[in-house]
Ligand binder design. Structure first.
Ligand code: B12
Length: 466
């Protein structure tokens, strides 16, 4: 079969060309394993139009990946593919997984794969091969994790159980990407280190934080350290990785697994390639010895999801299962281990007041990470926060494109939490964190400060006076 996999183009003020999209790289590997011909089109780095590619390649099946920010672009791509070809159009990824019927009602969309995609995608490709369109609903009817148009409205087959043996998955098929078009994993912090590759050593998260858009069941599954390090070796030795970014939601659920991964990285002599934790580690499950071992294995920077400086917000609003003292200890341990840190914080959660947001800003300054990222609380469909806001507040986002709130606009308001307050506190957070003399002095010592100066001046101006 001729398979085309599409990452829709979106325009955001941040650089999303940081690394090759991993979900699609896994699907490409699965298709290759089936013997299909594969073409990947990442709209964010591609120079050709999708129309030109569809006309030239004439795919049999087109898979389009979408989170909420990408979904409208994904629907446009689906309609375009339908206009130009007879290919089956399949959507997958976080957004259609949560709202499959919505995507099935769009022009050109034939199927939605819900949740983890590899097995469902492989079964669907096998079921559709050589079949005319009128036979597709019958072919799709027994495939778990699939939603489709049956002729009598949308049909949702039962959920698929999460993949039990992650070691059995093929490595992501990066040769379908033009790596020279990607930057490095955290381009606003680091000098160029390319090629940079992501890696996923585990999937899922057992916690259920109110803001998190987790598409699968809240179950954590891990690859074995041996499987992780064989991919690591391939990335370094065969693909020439200059940097690796761990994308796991919960890398450190099991201490002995982390220690063993690091043992193997050191033993194999792979620790000269720097790696970073892209997502936050669980601050309640780290200790200095673990972080020192990660540092020895080449990890130069870790991140922690702190979210709030107010214990009540952490407990009652988010359900984070974390104490402020555990967070303090984690940052201290990372610093002692010689690692840089990133802190993720949220401003404007349901139930917040000016005082709780102040506490978050003060806590960020106290922890003093290299980078503090203050997200404006955004209720993504399918999250507990979304339900709370729909029940008790008022959503201000009109359009899925507006879910990328990089300019600090509030996504909703609640009684006692007007949009104006969240927006003011968001600006204040950046101003108070980044304009501290201690911080400015430290930044003057970093190379990237000079490279990013024009952008930094723009942001600083915006947060201080905009
Ligand atoms: C890395 C990452 C990023 C990177 C992306 C870099 C890149 N080029 O890939 C950066 C930092 C740029 C980023 C930015 C943002 N991100 Co982000 N990100 C992630 C993260 C941590 C990992 C993504 C990943 O690779 N996962 C691993 C792969 C294997 O999983 P996957 O992509 O979901 O794909 C699987 C399935 O979804 C499915 N599938 C996916 N596509 C398709 C297509 C087809 C046809 C099929 C059949 C199946 C299928 O099969 C795949 C294999 O199992 C996820 C969290 C997570 N655990 O996934 C959040 C996540 C995707 N991000 C999220 C958000 C909110 C954002 C931002 C909006 C945040 C913000 N306000 O700044 C921006 C949006 C930017 C954008 N353009 O989309 C949310 C999305 C929620 C939603 N409903 O849309 C997530 C889920 C985090 C969360 N738990 O809430 N992000």
């Amino acid at each position: 079969m001729r398979v085309l996999l599409v990452v829709p183009r979106v325009q955001l003020p941040i650089d999303t060309r940081s690394s090759p999209p991993l979900g699609v790289a896994y699907l490409a590997a699965v298709s290759e394993k089936r013997g299909d011909e594969v073409l990947v089109y990442d709209g964010n780095v591609e120079r050709r139009d999708l129309a030109e590619v569809v006309r030239g390649y004439r795919p049999d099946i087109v898979g389009i990946s979408a989170n909420t920010i990408q979904i409208k672009s994904a629907w446009r791509d689906a309609a375009l593919v339908r206009e130009l070809s007879q290919a089956a159009v399949v959507l997958g990824g976080p957004h259609p997984s949560i709202l499959p019927a919505e995507s099935l009602s769009q022009e050109g969309v034939d199927f939605v794969v819900r949740g983890e995609g590899e097995a469902t995608w492989a079964e669907l490709c096998a079921a559709l091969e050589g079949k005319p369109r009128q036979d597709w609903p019958a072919a799709a009817s027994g495939i778990a994790g699939l939603s489709y148009n049956s002729g009598e409205g949308p049909r949702h087959n039962p959920n698929r159980a999460p993949i039990a043996d992650l070691d059995a998955l093929p490595f992501p098929a990066y040769h379908h990407y033009d790596m020279s078009r990607y930057t490095n994993l955290q381009p606003t912090i680091d000098a160029q280190r390319t090629p940079s590759y992501p890696i996923l050593t585990s999937r899922g998260c057992p916690y259920n934080c109110s803001y998190c858009s987790q598409i699968g069941p809240h179950r954590w599954r891990a690859r074995s350290p041996e499987s992780v390090v064989s991919e690591w070796r391939w990335l370094v030795r065969d693909l020439g990785a200059k940097e690796i970014g761990v994308l796991d939601d919960s890398f450190n659920m099991k201490r002995e697994r982390v220690m063993r991964i690091c043992d193997l990285i050191i033993k194999e002599g792979l620790n000269h390639v720097p790696w970073i934790m892209i997502n936050g580690m669980r601050a309640n499950l780290v200790d200095e010895e673990m972080l020192r071992h990660m540092r020895r294995a080449g990890c130069i920077r870790t991140a922690f999801g702190v979210e709030s400086g107010n214990q009540r917000i952490l407990d009652d609003v988010i359900g984070k299962h974390l104490t402020l003292d555990q967070v303090r200890a984690a940052f201290r341990a990372a610093r002692n281990a010689g690692m840089e840190t990133i802190g993720f914080f949220i401003i404007g959660l349901p139930g917040e007041t000016a005082e709780t947001m102040d506490e978050t800003i003060r806590f960020a300054c106290e922890l003093d990470p290299l980078v503090a990222n203050f997200s404006m609380a955004t209720p993504f469909p399918g999250t507990r926060m979304y339900e709370t806001v729909k029940r008790e507040g008022r959503l201000l986002v009109q359009d899925y494109d507006d879910y990328a709130f990089f300019e600090g606009r509030a996504a909703y308001e609640m009684p006692g939490l007007p949009a104006e307050l969240s927006e003011r506190k968001w600006k204040e957070a950046y101003r108070r964190f980044y304009w501290r003399p201690k911080r400015i002095l430290r930044q003057l010592g970093r190379w990237s400060t000079y490279r990013d100066l024009p952008r930094a001046v723009r942001v600083a101006w915006h947060t201080a006076f905009g």
